[in-house]
Design a binder for this molecule. Structure first.
Ligand code: PLP
Length: 376
């Protein structure tokens, strides 16, 4: 038997399992399991990738200079306060390595994005989950769980997998309740999809406070999940810390050039956003009309409740969909075993998913009181 022992916490990690992509015997499954951009990458990003291929023997620009400038121009932010990473996952891990360790607590809401807990365990910190109200982060519950050991608070806004979000006032209230030495990480992976007047992705809070960071990704609206590209916005002291900690070439050249091209392709972004504006409510309404409880979502997916067990359980629904080549995301790992998460897909993919679930539910049968007002 090996005498090697990993650091405390690491063996508690249940490795993250991404959305399934393949179904045996089906040439091309309908993948609604990972909240990707159904339209694919911008054609300009594809061209940039192809153009970069012959330069694969060169190291990337370690400072991602041009990419940071382009992000800054696109979102009206100071490029010197931007740090790029191999997906926002890497940035979440870097933040934890920088600001938490054994004996520290890392706080998040009960159905928050799974990587917060896993990454906290990875640095030996103690993850602490605060209960939610109606599948939405509860500011009072989060603040009530602060302790002298709390070092970081993570909030996905909107949250994956619930789709719920905190408005700007609630976000400010959460921040106001934190001691100055506790870092608030606002994970705005789905910010580009949100169409709500009371929403802020968090850059304004970063400007106002020293203990706030906003993370973003190119994996969702920008359709570049395979390239692993994310970025964060923070005050210079935090940026300096992360530059010391990150790998010198943590973002590869293909990701940098494709990211720049994707940012410059406003038309593609608008197409992706309009598609979501059209299909997010339709998908929600159509699933609700089957008698399913569909939780309101501000992002590019919906969380759907099934029965706890029996013939209409989420597990049975997932298997039913998969037999028909449709992949939804089971939510067992999120403590929501009665739910499935379905990403907005292309029109025919959405229609196929609704039709399959219609058959699963045995025709259109409304169950009174189970349809969220948002989808009526
Ligand atoms: C809330 C949230 N944050 C971060 C990520 C990770 O994104 P990335 O692909 O940039 O690592 C995801 C991916 O699903 C997410 O849902």
């Amino acid at each position: 038997m090996t005498r090697l022992r990993p650091r405390p916490g690491i063996l508690e990690i249940e490795p993250y399992v991404g959305g399934k992509a393949e179904v045996a015997g089906i040439a091309r499954a309908i993948k609604l399991s990972a909240n990707e951009c159904p339209l694919g990458p911008s054609p300009r990003a594809i061209a940039a990738l192809q153009a970069a291929a012959p330069e694969a023997h060169r190291y990337p620009d370690g400072g991602a200079e041009r990419l940071r400038r382009t992000i800054g121009a696109r979102f009206d932010l100071d490029p010197d306060r931007i740090v790029c990473g191999a997906g926002s996952d890497e940035l979440i891990q870097l933040l934890l390595r920088a600001y938490a360790g054994p004996g520290d607590e890392v706080l998040y809401s009960a159905h928050g994005f799974l990587m917060y807990k896993l990454s906290a365990l990875g640095v030996g910190a103690t993850p602490v989950a605060a209960p939610e109200r109606a599948l939405t982060a509860d500011v009072d519950a989060l603040l009530a769980r602060l302790s002298s050991r709390t070092r970081m608070v993570f909030l996905a806004n909107p949250n994956n997998p619930t789709g719920s979000y905190l408005d700007a006032d609630e976000l400010a209230r959460l921040h106001a309740g934190l001691p100055e030495d506790v870092l608030l990480v606002i994970d705005a992976a789905y910010a580009e999809y949100v169409r709500r007047n009371d929403y802020t992705a968090g850059a304004d809070l970063v400007e106002r406070a020293d203990n706030v960071v906003m993370t973003r990704t190119f994996s969702k609206l920008f359709g570049l999940a395979a390239l692993r590209l994310g970025w964060l916005y923070a005050k210079p002291t935090l940026v300096d810390v992360l530059h010391r900690l990150r790998g010198p070439f943590n973002v590869c050249t293909p990701a940098q050039v494709a990211g720049i091209a994707a940012l410059e392709d406003l038309e593609h972004q608008e197409r992706a956003r309009s598609h979501n504006d059209c299909w997010l409510p339709r998908l929600g309404q159509q699933l609700a009309s089957l008698g399913l409880e569909v939780h309101p979502s501000a992002a590019n997916f919906v969380l759907v409740s099934f029965d706890e067990d029996g013939e209409r359980s989420a597990g049975k629904a997932s298997a039913w969909l998969e037999e028909r080549g449709i992949l939804a995301r089971p939510m067992v790992a999120y403590g929501l075993p009665h739910c499935l998460r379905l990403s907005v897909g292309l029109e025919d993919e959405n229609r196929a998913a609704v039709q399959a679930l219609r058959e699963f539910m045995g025709g259109v049968r409304l169950r009174n009181g189970r349809i969220s007002a948002a989808w009526r």
